[in-house]
Write a protein that binds this ligand. Structure first.
Ligand SMILES: C[S@@+](CC[C@H](N)C(=O)[O-])C[C@H]1O[C@@H](n2cnc3c(N)ncnc32)[C@H](O)[C@@H]1O
Ligand code: SF4
Length: 402
């Protein structure tokens, strides 16, 4: 592999605590009555130092503070975190700074403090405006809390707002999914993330699935019905689950889907960094358990570091890029993997023959069938014989996605 330049760089910060664990959630999130926020901010600022030698001179284009429930952190803690990160790293003047918020911890003063600290995009986990659904999902808030959170965010000056909604909920029909969406649209959000509820292993719902989960056909009708309503409301469907008003795409997430680079700090966070000068791509994963992460020092917070091989890069690139509704310019593949198009061709021909993808010589784009059966499309790029990634070292830590 040979790189011409490094791809754009983002920074992900994971805050791993929640008020209560939701029964469907497999994120690295832990219920806690109190949060050691000062110690954790110290740990994050120390942790980012581990990756600085790998990103010298590069600008951070986007920062995403995710969780868990970052809105459990005080305004003062987020301010100290952002001031520290600004001092240590090189934020682009137009940096997008997103923070995830749960309506259960929405607070007028806190939202104003986040905005004053420099957060310029707020993502609110609404999920549904139906109190029955929210209670079936084990959420800590009701629909009135969700409405209040959105109003408080606007009053605090957030003009770039994402709402998370879920569909495919227990007992939910098409009209109910559309009614949720309609209420979200009443608030004119700039961005909407519309996720189908998935039953993940290692969750309470996996052991005790809720009654009345929609079958694939109903979930597909909910999805396409909501897609049509969002298109009519002027939203661009640009990624499997993401819809934006013009120019309001989630830049941080778009960088993942376009296979850009990111530093990942905090418990269980993943990072991916291209070292163009050395023609290498390095992945790092932090210790997953918050206590272990807090107690470790310096490099001991890194649970695992791997160098991505060519086969890994082909698959990981396609895992991300096939999520983009309009596909991608084929030059992006070389720019972000350092590989020639020939590395992509076996999988591409396989997927094309199955009608899952289109390729006109310039752009690669999933077909409607490819979108519906995205796992099959992505699996076309998985080489059954490929060797596993070579760990440089491993601290025996369980890896979770965030
Ligand atoms: C980290 S959470 C957002 C912030 C906050 N923790 C909350 O839940 O309000 C990210 C989003 O992922 C979605 N999500 C989590 N688990 C999911 C699942 N099993 N199926 C579908 N969506 C899920 C939810 O919409 C959630 O808002
Ligand atoms: S869905 Fe959000 S609030 Fe619920 S446990 Fe997961 S991260 Fe926490």
């Amino acid at each position: 592999m040979a790189f011409d330049a490094n791809p754009p760089l983002g920074l992900y910060v994971h805050l791993p605590w929640c008020e209560r664990k939701c029964p469907y959630c497999d994120f690295n999130s832990h219920a806690a009555a109190t949060i050691p926020e000062d110690a954790y901010v110290d740990a994050l600022l120390d942790d980012v130092g581990q990756d600085l030698p790998l990103v010298w001179g590069r600008r951070i284009e986007t920062l995403f503070i995710g969780g868990g429930t970052p809105s459990l952190f005080s305004g003062a803690a987020i301010d100290r975190l952002l001031a520290g990160l600004r001092a240590l790293t090189n934020f682009a003047p137009s940096v997008e700074i997103t923070l995830e918020s749960n309506p259960g911890s929405a607070d007028a003063g806190r939202y104003r403090d986040y905005r004053a600290a420099g957060v310029n995009r707020l993502s609110i986990g609404v999920q549904s405006f139906d109190d029955g659904m929210l209670s079936a999902l084990g959420r800590v808030h009701d629909a009135a809390d969700a409405r209040r959170a959105i109003e408080l965010a606007r009053a605090a000056g957030f003009d770039n707002l994402n709402l998370d909604l879920m569909y495919g909920l227990p007992g939910q029909d098409c009209d109910a999914a559309l009614a949720d969406l309609e209420q979200a649209l009443d608030f004119a959000p700039e961005h909407l993330s519309h996720y189908q509820l998935t039953i993940e292993p290692n969750t309470l719902f996996h052991h005790r699935p809720p009654a009345g989960l929609p079958d694939d056909e109903l979930a597909w009708r909910q999805q396409t019905g909501c897609q049509a309503r969002l298109a009519a409301a002027g939203f661009d469907h640009y990624e499997v689950s993401a819809y934006a008003r013009p120019g309001r795409e989630a830049r941080h997430n778009l960088n993942y889907w376009q296979f850009g680079d990111y530093v990942g700090v905090g418990a269980g966070a993943h990072g991916k960094l291209t070292l163009a000068g050395e023609d290498r791509v390095v992945r790092r994963v932090r210790l997953r358990q918050p206590r272990a992460y807090l107690e470790a020092r310096g490099p001991a917070r890194i649970a695992r570091e791997t160098i991505a091989g060519a086969d890994d890069l082909v698959f990981e690139f396609m895992l991300n890029a096939t999520r983009l509704v309009r596909g991608f310019d084929v030059r992006l593949f070389h720019r972000t993997t350092g590989l020639g198009l020939d590395a992509l061709l076996p999988g591409l021909n396989h997927a094309k023959n199955k009608g899952l993808v289109e390729f006109d010589g310039r752009r690669i784009r999933p077909t409607e069938l490819g979108f519906r059966f995205l796992n099959d499309l992505q699996a076309s790029f998985l080489d059954a014989d490929r060797p596993r990634r070579r760990p440089i070292f491993e601290a025996g830590d369980e890896i979770m996605h965030n």
